[in-house]
Design a binder for this molecule. Structure first.
Ligand SMILES: [Zn+2]
Length: 149
């Protein structure tokens, strides 16, 4: 049989020893293909995991915030004169709500507002702290399958 000369250096390897050039070049090409595949795959996986984790954490936070706001509304609406206060957008005339009641109510609303903000901040902090676990969960869902021959 006629064997081709080395595609890289053009020489026929002497005797039984194989010229290393072709296998070196093949190894380089394999590594290049691997890097390209890994980069593409990793970019897609990262985008999917990030988007899914953000959506999950945001949904958790949104439902917590809805609950906090609901609790806030039921708390302030039970305060004395609150319906009149709300009806006049926080400025009920003195014959509707006496100024002394109004200032007490305003203080209670301010306390409730501050508490709502504080609770929402705490909820958000707690949600953000779940990112490592959430990401770990989604990364564990990723399945890498090998091609069949
Ligand atoms: Zn060679």
């Amino acid at each position: 049989d006629i064997h081709p000369n080395c595609a890289i250096c053009g020489h026929l390897p002497p005797g039984e020893t194989e010229c290393p050039h072709e296998s070196d070049r093949l190894q380089q090409a394999v590594e290049q293909a691997e890097h390209k595949w890994i980069d593409t795959w990793l970019t897609n996986v990262r985008e999917w995991a990030t988007n899914t984790a953000v959506a999950h954490v945001t949904n958790s936070f949104d439902s917590l915030r809805d609950r906090r706001k609901q609790e806030y509304r039921s708390h302030v609406s039970a305060l004395p004169y609150y319906p009149q206060y709300a009806h006049y957008r926080g400025q009920p005339p003195p014959h509707i709500v006496h100024p002394s009641f109004l200032s007490a109510l305003r203080q209670q609303v301010r306390i409730a507002d501050d508490q709502l903000q504080r609770l929402i901040d705490e909820d958000w902090k707690a949600c953000v702290r779940t990112y490592p676990k959430v990401l770990e969960y989604y990364y564990a869902q990723i399945d890498v399958s090998s091609p069949r021959d």
